[in-house]
Design a protein around this ligand. Structure first.
Ligand SMILES: [Cu+2]
Length: 165
């Protein structure tokens, strides 16, 4: 909740307890800034904070998200060594799409489209991680293949396609 300012250790009685994490060599050690979702509700205020990853004009992946942070309307894809689940999804042309990508196993996976026009729509997730991205579906109906861009992963079946109607 409320963390004291760093840089001043005054109490000899307190000792930091989170000295080591279970897994050494784990990646990101620094806490992501967590937007304060709570607090006093400002009635009538513009409460909808649009994060960068929610802007479809310039697709960019989000920071790791908790399940509760993923919008209900998101298309959710889980990637494991078995492949994508689901491996196919359907959207309407020009539709705004929120895609959440989860690594369902202990591997890093990278969601990516083949189409040049969708090259900005890429999401890399560490083991067990979920990130999301927002983008506009192409105007042109058709099939848009996607795959996992980690070397060797596509070859073992990590691929699928988005169908634009
Ligand atoms: Cu993969």
């Amino acid at each position: 909740m409320f963390s004291p300012e760093k840089g001043e250790i005054s109490g000899p009685g307190e000792k930091p307890e989170e000295a080591e994490e279970a897994m050494p060599g784990e990646g990101p050690g620094e806490p992501e800034e967590v937007p304060a979702g709570e607090g006093e509700a400002t009635p009538g205020g513009p409460e909808a904070i649009v994060e960068d990853w929610q802007k479809p004009e310039e697709p960019m992946e989000s920071a790791p998200l908790e399940e509760t942070e993923i919008p209900k309307e998101a298309i959710k894809i889980v990637i494991t060594a078995e492949g994508f689940n689901p491996s196919t999804f359907e959207v309407k042309r020009n539709e705004k799409i929120i895609l959440s990508v989860t690594s369902g196993d202990e591997w890093t996976h990278v969601f990516k489209f083949e189409a040049e026009q969708l090259s900005d729509v890429a999401v890399g997730v560490g083991p067990g991680e979920t990130r999301a991205i927002t983008f506009y579906a192409p105007a042109e109906p058709g099939e848009y293949p996607f795959f996992c861009d980690v070397p060797g992963h596509r070859g073992r079946g990590e691929e699928g396609k988005m169908i634009v109607k």
